[in-house]
Design a protein around this ligand. Structure first.
Ligand SMILES: Cc1cc2nc3c(=O)[nH]c(=O)nc-3n(C[C@H](O)[C@H](O)[C@H](O)COP(=O)(O)OP(=O)(O)OC[C@H]3O[C@@H](n4cnc5c(N)ncnc54)[C@H](O)[C@@H]3O)c2cc1C
Length: 404
């Protein structure tokens, strides 16, 4: 049975795109991701690194930002389904490397979603990696959690401060080393709060801006546990003058609203990415169980192993269903946005489940699962990382609970 047979509205064209993505994941993303994983964070982004070749080959596939697809003949529901399929296939290759690729042309896609055709055209012409700069060295969840009291507490001061100056804005301070592609992105969606607002971090200004303005510099790339092919790094702003045309929202009403809209979409996107990681881990465990012999027969013939494999298979099926259902719901909802609590279920459930499946897969391989000979230990690290990426899971759960 084909893995798309359970979905409604799958066309031949969608199957062809699925097959192309699967080939790219198997032939390009997975082997390159495994090699980049073994390099230092500096080596991974150095000139001549395989990263740049992968990015060039990804660009040739013709996706928009976030691996979005221009397919005007598809309905919004079909479009959302196809996007989930693409994300699953590509992240089954390598999730960290995929996130890097997906940040290519992210800025025009964001700008268009905010109705800013002028900025969409401006950034499309630059043909570069984007980034989303929110987290600060002393404010991670504080900047994310728009439902929590700390977000509106005037005693909490931003590390990156913004002020108005005539028609322009001035940014001063820094974003943390957790910004994905922070040291290599050419442009970014930058979120900054006003320093002495009575409503704290919630009062800010969001920009979509080039990151080559005078006064901007970058830190060193960060070493981390998983998704190592994905660059992370600080961005410093030394009294950077930002022309008003790069502003997308400001003030205590519009600023949190635009962050909520962006973050709600990001939570669904993130969940969809982890289906591929979980599937890859399950497939690795299944293939290993078919060929690894203990007790005189392949371990898949032991009943306990069969049960464990079914448990993993079931988790992948359930997470995939939830991801696709919520993605279609978001695409067909008024305003294209889910209530936050629903979006959070996608990110929290999918990342947690991917971690459980990867952990069980590692166990299935016994000692071999711990070695670099097999892809499972990396899938385990990649999945673990996703439970903090784009919002730490307990904090997202608290935010969702605040909206129940
Ligand atoms: C792979 C990866 C990619 C990332 N990419 C980006 C990016 O592109 N751009 C960007 O801006 N950021 C990015 N981040 C940062 C990410 O969003 C933050 O790591 C995340 O929001 C958590 O912040 P923190 O790490 O500072 O943890 P903290 O917020 O310091 O949390 C530490 C602990 O405190 C708990 N905690 C915090 N606040 C509360 C609260 N109010 N109530 C109860 N418990 C609380 C948390 O549950 C957690 O266990 C990325 C992170 C990772 C891992």
């Amino acid at each position: 049975m084909d893995d798309l047979d359970n979905d409604v509205g799958v066309t031949d064209e969608m199957r062809t795109i699925r097959d192309t993505c699967r080939r790219f994941a198997t032939e390009v993303l997975r082997p390159a991701g495994a090699r980049l994983d073994r390099l230092s964070a500096e080596q991974a982004i150095a000139p001549g690194s395989e990263l740049w070749d992968v990015l060039a080959r990804y660009k040739a596939l013709g996706f928009g930002g976030g691996a979005s697809i221009a397919a005007p003949d598809l309905s919004p529901a079909q479009h959302a389904l196809l996007h989930c399929i693409v994300l699953e296939e590509l992240t089954a290759g390598d999730v960290g490397l995929f996130v890097t690729c997906a940040l290519h042309q992210m800025m025009p896609t964001f700008a268009a979603s905010f109705g800013r055709q002028d900025l969409a055209e401006f950034f499309a012409a630059r043909d570069e990696l984007g980034c989303l700069a929110v987290t600060e060295p002393s404010h991670g969840s504080d900047h994310v959690a728009f439902t929590e009291p700390a977000y509106r507490d005037p005693r909490i001061k931003p590390t990156l401060k913004v002020r108005r100056d005539g028609d322009d804005y001035v940014l001063d301070g820094q974003k943390s080393a957790w910004v994905s592609c922070g040291t290599i992105a050419g442009s970014g969606a930058v979120f900054a709060s006003f320093q002495d607002s009575p409503v704290g971090l919630a009062d800010g200004a969001a920009f979509m801006m080039p990151l080559d303005l005078p006064g901007i510099s970058r830190g060193k790339p960060l070493e981390k546990l998983g998704q190592r092919a994905l660059n992370q790094g600080e961005i410093f702003f030394d009294n950077v003058r930002v022309p008003r045309r790069f502003l997308i929202a400001e003030g205590p009403q519009a600023y949190p609203m635009i962050w909520e809209a962006l973050f709600t979409g990001a939570n669904v996107h993130m969940g969809a990415q982890l289906v591929g990681v979980a599937r890859a881990a399950y497939e690795c465990a299944r293939d290993y169980a078919r060929q690894w012999v203990q007790g005189g027969r392949p371990i898949i013939e032991h009943q306990a192993v069969k049960l464990r494999l079914f448990g993993m298979f079931q988790k992948v099926e359930v997470m995939r269903s939830h991801v696709r259902r919520m993605s279609i719901a978001a695409a067909t909802a008024p305003g294209g946005m889910l209530p936050y609590a629903k979006a959070a279920t996608v990110k929290v459930y999918a990342t947690q489940t991917a971690f459980e499946v990867a952990s069980e897969a590692l166990q299935m391989l016994g000692g071999n699962g711990l070695t670099y000979e097999y892809p499972v230990e990396k899938l385990f690290r990649d999945a673990r990382t996703s439970m903090i990426e784009d919002g730490e899971n307990y904090v997202l759960s608290l935010m969702a609970a605040a909206r129940l």
